[in-house]
Design a protein. Structure first.
Length: 225
């Protein structure tokens, strides 16, 4: 079972599906997504605030890889290695900080995906980007959304990635599967999104939370506009 870093202090407080519809099935297709990214519709990201940080945030980007499968699109995610200094053991998109040689956020996202999971950039059809997401660890992350077309292969860089897996996009774009959780620590508390997904054959779950869940929630808002 994948656990959040602060599991003893993370408490479920509410679900967010009441009154919010799932994204229409047509919108969760390659054609529907291309159309949505070509539109300019009014929408607003979730107003959740990260933990306070000092100084300017560092530029970073992640790839939100939407794998084109026969039944539905799925989101390719990774579990980070336990020995990493940042976000150890957490579930994330492939990505990382922007390097001086990267001309833009798209280049960063594609480079990092190739380095972390050996995803060839030419197999990714970039659709666009969501608004930057400010993390509690001092990064300003640009989520770059792209369709991943077959044939492709992935292979984990074991220095950074412990596991690669997929979650159906319809599951993640249904607010009935979104939770708001409360993280408490001495002197404060913080609310954040979580989207636990059953881990096949184990009785456990992939615990998608924090920045990854926050960006997925913004993706829901974007598609539901």
């Amino acid at each position: 079972m994948i656990r959040p870093v602060f599991e003893p202090e993370v408490l479920p407080i509410e679900t967010t599906g009441s009154g919010l519809p799932a994204v229409a099935s047509y919108r969760l297709t390659p054609v529907g997504l291309r159309e949505r990214f070509a539109q300019r519709l009014a929408w607003a990201p979730e107003p959740f605030e990260p933990l306070a940080q000092q100084g300017d945030p560092r530029a970073a980007a992640v790839l939100v890889p939407l794998v084109v499968r026969d039944a539905h699109l799925s989101v390719l995610l990774t579990q980070r290695a336990d020995h990493l200094s940042d976000h150890a053991g957490q579930i994330s998109f492939p990505g990382g900080r922007r390097e001086p040689s990267d001309p833009d956020a798209v280049a960063t996202a594609l480079r990092e995906a190739q380095e972390e999971v050996a995803l060839a950039p030419e197999r990714v059809e970039v659709l666009g980007a969501l608004p930057d997401y400010l993390t509690g660890t001092g990064f300003r992350v640009t989520p770059v959304v792209g369709l991943v077309h077959s044939p492709f292969t992935v292979r984990a860089d074991t220095l950074e990635v412990a596991e690669i897996f997929e979650v159906p996009l319809p599951f993640l774009m249904n607010p009935a599967n979104h939770e708001v959780r409360l993280l408490r620590w001495e002197g404060g508390e913080r609310r954040f999104f979580a989207m636990p997904y059953p881990r096949p054959g184990t009785g456990g779950q992939y615990f998608i939370w924090g920045a990854t869940a926050g960006m997925l929630r913004n993706f829901y808002r974007f598609l539901a506009a």
